[in-house]
Design a protein around this ligand. Structure first.
Ligand SMILES: [Zn+2]
Ligand SMILES: [Zn+2]
Length: 231
C-alpha cells in the first residue's frame, strides 16, 4: 500500500478548514478560497507580487539574481502562513492537503511550459526522520498528478542540515549557507525540470539546488513555490 493512501482516504472533507462552513473544493469554502493571499500578478523572474505584468525593479537591476524563474502561488501571509506552519511543524496533514490541492490546481494553470520532471526540495535525512514526511514532496506529487508530470523524489539528496533560511539574515549568508548542500545522482540530460518547494524565501535554496541539477544535465529549470515571501 502506498504510504500516502491513508491520507487520500480522508477525502477533501466537507467542512471548511478555516471557517467551519461547508467546504466547496480542496477543503475550503468558496469565500475562504477567494480571500486567500493569491499572488495574482507575479514578477516574471522572482515571482513576488506586482501590480502590473512584467519584471520588478530589483530583478531589472540585477538580471542574474534569480537564474531560475520562480512562480509563487500565495503570498506568505495569514492564513497561508498558519497552514504552512501546521503542515511543516505540527504534523498538519489536513492543512497539507488543502495547500497541495490549491497549489496544484493553480500551478497547472500558471506554469508556462510543462516540465519533464518535478524535483521536490529534499529534506536532510535527520529532519525527514524527525518529521516523518517531506512537505515539498507531498506538494510535488499533487502538482504532478494535476499536470501529468512525473516526480523525481529520490536521487537528489540534502547533504547538510542547513539553518532554516528564515533564521539567518538577508544576503550573502544565505547563499553560503546552502552552497554545496545538495547532491544529485540523476541523469537530467536535456530535461526541463521544475523544482517544488513549500515556501520560497530568498531563493538561495532553490538556486543551490538548481545549480546542482544543471550539473546533472538539466536543460532548463523553473521553480514552483506554494508560498513566496521576500523575508
Ligand atoms: Zn471557509
Ligand atoms: Zn522580481
Amino acid at each position: 500500500m502506498n504510504k500516502w493512501s491513508w491520507i487520500r482516504r480522508l477525502g477533501w472533507g466537507e467542512i471548511c478548514l478555516l471557517c467551519g462552513g461547508p467546504a466547496h473544493r480542496h477543503g475550503l469554502c468558496a469565500e475562504c478560497t477567494r480571500d486567500l493571499p493569491w499572488i495574482g500578478i507575479g514578477c516574471e523572474v522572482c515571482g513576488l507580487p506586482l501590480t502590473a505584468p512584467g519584471v520588478c525593479g530589483p530583478c531589472r537591476q540585477e538580471p542574474d539574481r534569480h537564474p531560475y524563474r520562480i512562480h509563487g502561488v500565495f503570498a506568505y501571509e495569514c492564513p497561508i502562513r498558519s497552514l504552512v506552519t501546521a503542515f511543516k511543524f505540527h504534523q498538519g496533514l489536513a492543512e497539507g492537503r488543502v495547500l497541495a490541492g490549491l497549489f496544484a490546481t493553480a500551478m497547472a494553470v500558471r506554469a508556462g511550459t510543462r516540465p519533464d520532471v518535478l524535483v521536490p526540495v529534499p529534506l536532510h535525512p535527520g529532519r525527514l526522520r524527525q518529521r516523518g514526511y517531506n512537505q515539498a514532496r507531498i506538494l510535488a506529487h499533487a502538482v504532478g498528478r494535476e499536470m501529468g508530470v512525473a516526480v523525481q523524489g529520490d536521487g537528489v539528496k540534502r547533504l547538510r542540515n542547513t539553518t532554516p533560511q528564515t533564521a539567518i539574515g538577508m544576503g550573502r549568508g544565505r547563499h553560503s549557507n546552502v552552497r554545496g548542500a545538495f547532491h544529485c545522482e540523476l541523469d537530467l540530460k536535456g530535461r526541463v525540470v521544475a523544482i517544488v518547494d513549500d515556501v520560497v524565501t530568498s531563493g538561495a535554496t532553490v538556486r543551490a539546488l538548481g545549480d546542482t541539477l544543471m550539473k546533472c544535465g538539466a536543460e532548463h529549470i523553473e521553480v514552483y513555490g506554494c508560498a513566496r515571501t521576500p523575508l
